[in-house]
Design a protein around this ligand. Structure first.
Ligand code: BTN
Length: 258
């Protein structure tokens, strides 16, 4: 079977296109990064909704400038790109995490702001980036939004990582990239459209049901430490520190259980 035929592209298109006019799906054998490719296209004026899948990424990217390592066949790496104009952008990656976790497995938890975890190990991550669609963007204008998702399907050596990664096949034996994508893509699109209409508040209770940090001691990358108290209606992390309760919103802050 050729690699393209292993992907249920038509079934995904049929499930998504009615909600997203102009939607296309593309599966490529190799790219530097599906996020980088969609950001380049957006900057070149291509703003149609697209689901871009790479069977191999040569320069996959994670949050905070980190690399995202994934082995072909042992992972699913894709990005959804579409114009979005929510009234408030905060909490988008958390809403995406809720949707992906819910459609895959009850045991998947969420570690603020954008990690999917199982049994104390990272299963996947989400990288949201946006590009302006207008030369002179005004507040409230639509931005091209690229939502990149990487999921580990099979176990791999966790060399260099303090905690070895988790794999979806521990929960869903034999899970194949194509069937996982068919399950995730329509739910993801629905969640993103709900987020655009209603913001993070519509996802907050569902986030709380999977919040792995709530009640736990955490250390922030700025050196401060405290106890995570949950998330705000805008997706910020509430942390009780020695100086009181503060809301962590910065994308430049990473959090780890202490
Ligand atoms: C993170 O955990 O820091 C986010 C990881 C996001 C990885 C995905 S894989 C598909 C898409 N393309 C990328 O280069 N990154 C995202």
């Amino acid at each position: 079977m050729s690699p393209a035929l292993a992907w249920p592209a038509e079934a995904i298109w049929e499930a998504v296109a009615p909600r997203l006019p102009g939607f296309t799906i593309e599966v490529l054998p190799e790219l530097d990064s599906t996020n980088s490719e969609l950001m380049r296209r957006a900057r070149a004026g291509q703003a149609d909704p697209v689901l871009l899948v790479a069977q191999r990424q040569t320069a996959g990217r994670g949050r905070l400038g980190r690399a995202w390592q994934a082995e072909p066949g042992a992972s699913l790496t894709f990005s959804l790109g579409l114009p979005l104009a929510p009234a408030d952008w905060s909490g988008l990656s958390l809403a995406v995490g809720v949707a992906v976790a819910e459609c895959l497995e009850p045991r998947i938890g969420l570690k603020w702001p954008n990690d999917l975890w199982v049994d104390g190990r990272k299963l996947g991550g989400i990288l949201v980036e946006t590009a302006s669609l207008n030369a002179e963007p005004n507040p409230g204008a639509a931005r091209y939004t690229v939502i990149g998702i990487g999921l580990n399907l099979a176990a791999r050596a966790g060399e260099g990582l303090s905690t070895p990664p988790a794999a979806l096949r521990e929960l869903w034996p034999g899970a194949q990239a194509g069937e996982v994508l068919l399950r995730v893509a329509p739910v993801l699109v629905e969640a993103v459209l709900d987020f655009q209409a209603m913001g993070f508040e519509a996802f907050r209770a569902r986030y709380e049901a999977r919040d792995l940090l709530r009640g736990r001691a955490v250390t922030l990358s700025d050196g401060s430490a405290g106890t995570a108290l949950g998330v705000t209606g805008h997706g910020g992390l509430l942390v009780h520190t020695a100086s009181g309760v503060s809301t962590v919103t910065s994308a430049e802050v990473s959090v780890r259980p202490a």
